[in-house]
Design a protein around this ligand. Structure first.
Ligand code: 9MR
Ligand code: 9MR
Length: 585
């Protein structure tokens, strides 16, 4: 018996040392960042033929610390891949490790450690600093990615689609600052909506955690949490996008056509604000109302800002009431006006969710009954994983978070909404055991859309909310499976966060990362992830929903980065870091 065991140990160690460099993407899919000591720990082996045993060895390869059997063979519902699960949850000791499948392969090194996702949370939040418009990034904060300022946006033309009596054709306004939306250099209000709502909600849910979280940005030493300092960069830009004459909000501040793959500041193409719209204006109202109640606590540091936000929110709401169905239809605009605008559309056509979200935020902040008509029956509203066009869930989260006010006024609706959210979350929890990568992500093939990484992160937010409402550990564990997904336990084998993990995204569709001549991309940015649509016509090696990803900078459909994708990842990583000890890990 003894000798058989030591023979098995020997096999483990031999393979740890020799197999690592043989495959382009490792067959063992792990969270490449690592695992908490007391938490569940899973890896997934992608196989052609079922294997039986696995072991975990120390990072040095000298000691075998665990031997186990792989789970039964599973065929993925989202590709033809076959996998087996490796459960090594019983390893609790802090350290660096590798997982070995004797005779087959050995994983990348990973850690088991407290606060193992701290660096991801910080990096993902810091990602926004690198997206700042109209400002130079200094080497002190940006390291090798320092760069001059781009797009001052102090001379912005009113596009003919956006003229009004007070702002006739040729009017120039100033709309500086904010964040670049994505791999492109334009700024869009609709996409800022969900992004800001998600970051503000992260702060409302985990204020204590964020109060001390530092990301080493120029504002880190002021008396405002870094997450809010970063949010203020985009909030101040958003305020410039509201027409002071009527409260309506322009859809975007943009070039007529996308800039080339150059650094910020290189191109000097004219910038425009383009047509006001109902979605943009309601998203703006929601963000300003939520910001107003949060910034109230910082009235000393930011005198008057909370009030200005609320005034802006109310004016926006009123404009929307007068213009309840103004779609942003770029093709239609281009038939009527010059110059033709060919940058991102974010052309939402259904505003019922924006109405609800804006109403919820305004009602929570003001308690004013004029916003209450949808709130008393909130539980009758749908639930779905949010996206830039579908923001109803943000209203649900805020109402449930607001606690007393909502529950006191509408007790039946509050109870029913909470129940509904928990049952909705249950469906995602139940999906894990059938999933070939042991994640919530991939419950549906339609999870893999343009920006699928944000679907995974937003499912995580739902599950964190379910935990906050129930304190049932199953929800937390389920949320963690989607962080595992983003950091490498997925069909592609990539960590989708730049700068994090061993096999990580290196060539995102991100103009600064392409143009700066630095091998490593700008860090802390979440790649869009698998998208079988392949709208970019790059060459992909695989085409199935969960494998349709290519780490090339041509691939804006699978490998761009975007502010609305980073935000839920910030929320998820931060929530997990803020909570894991309370949950008992
Ligand atoms: O760089 C643009 C990216 O941000 C957008 O998501 C994408 C889709 O709208 O478009 C990219 O720009 C491409 C354009 O659509 C077609 N010509 C090549 C551009 C850069 O690759
Ligand atoms: O995230 C957007 C995705 O849902 C759309 O399918 C896609 C095509 O319209 O556009 C995505 O948004 C892009 C935006 O239009 C321009 N900036 C980059 C965004 C991310 O690719």
């Amino acid at each position: 018996m003894r000798s058989i065991e030591s023979y098995a140990v020997l096999i483990c160690l031999l393979h740890a040392a020799t197999l690592l460099a043989q495959q382009p993407v490792n067959a063992i899919r792990i969270n490449q960042e690592g695992y908490y000591p007391q938490a569940p720990k899973y890896a997934v082996l992608v196989v052609n033929k079922a294997a039986r045993d696995f072991c975990v060895v120390s990072g040095s390869g000298k000691d075998t610390v665990f031997k186990g059997q792989l789970g039964e063979l599973k065929t993925s519902a989202n590709s033809a891949l076959q996998t087996q699960l490796a459960d090594f949850s019983t390893i609790r000791k802090t350290g660096t490790y590798r997982l070995v499948v004797p005779g087959t392969t050995s994983s990348y090194t990973f850690r088991i450690a407290p606060s193992v996702h701290h660096s991801s949370a910080v990096a993902l939040l810091k990602g926004y600093y690198y997206q700042r418009v109209s400002t130079a990034l200094e080497a002190t904060y940006a390291g090798s990615w320092h760069r001059p300022a781009g797009h001052p946006d102090n001379v912005v033309l009113i596009h003919p689609s956006a003229v009004s009596t007070q702002r006739p054709a040729g009017t120039v306004i100033s709309s500086p600052g904010g964040w670049y939306d994505a791999g492109d250099y334009n700024k869009y209000i609709v996409n800022s909506g969900i992004t800001m709502g998600t970051l503000l909600s992260a702060y409302e849910d985990f204020a204590t955690y964020f109060d001390t979280l530092r990301t080493h940005i120029p504002e880190s030493r002021n008396r405002i949490p870094d997450v809010l300092d970063e949010v203020l960069v985009n909030l101040r830009w958003m305020l410039t996008m509201q027409d002071p004459a009527d409260g309506g909000v322009y859809n975007k501040c943009t070039n007529a056509a996308f800039d080339g793959m150059v650094m910020p500041g290189v191109t000097k193409a004219p910038r425009y604000v383009v047509q006001k719209g109902t979605a943009a204006t309601l998203d703006f109202a929601a963000v300003m109302a939520q910001a107003s109640r949060i910034l109230k606590r910082f009235n000393k540091q930011l005198p008057g800002l909370s009030d200005s936000c609320l005034l802006a929110a109310k004016a926006a709401w009123q404009w929307a009431a007068a213009n309840p169905a103004l779609v942003y239809d770029q093709d239609k605009i281009n038939r009527e006006f010059k110059p033709v605008i060919s940058t991102g559309g974010y052309g939402d056509r259904n505003f019922s969710d924006e109405w609800y979200w804006a109403a919820a935020e305004l009602w929570i902040t003001t308690g004013d009954d004029q916003y209450a008509s949808l709130i008393g029956k909130a539980d009758q509203q749908d639930m779905s994983i949010p996206s830039w066009a579908t923001v109803r869930m943000l209203g649900h989260y805020s109402l449930l978070r607001s606690g007393r006010r909502y529950a006191a006024k509408y007790p039946a609706s509050a109870t029913a909404l909470k129940e509904k959210l928990l049952r909705y979350a249950d469906g995602f929890v139940d999906a894990i055991n059938n999933n070939a990568f042991h994640t919530v992500m991939g419950r549906y093939r339609t999870d893999f859309v343009w920006g699928s990484s944000a679907v995974a992160a937003n499912q995580g937010i739902l599950l964190i909310n379910a935990w906050l409402l129930s304190k049932d550990r199953r929800y937390f564990e389920a949320a963690l499976t989607n962080l595992d997904y983003l950091l490498g336990r997925n069909a592609t084998g990539y960590s989708f966060v730049t700068g994090i993990g061993t096999q990580r995204v290196m060539k995102p569709h991100h103009r600064p990362s392409v143009a700066d001549g630095i091998v490593d991309p700008v860090p802390g940015l979440l790649s869009g992830g698998p998208n079988p649509g392949q709208q970019d016509r790059c060459k992909y090696e695989y085409a199935e929903p969960e494998t349709s990803f290519t780490d090339q900078d041509c691939s804006y459909a699978s490998n761009e980065i975007a502010i609305n994708w980073n935000a839920p990842a910030v929320y998820l990583a931060a929530a997990i870091e803020a909570l894991y000890k309370r949950v008992g890990y």
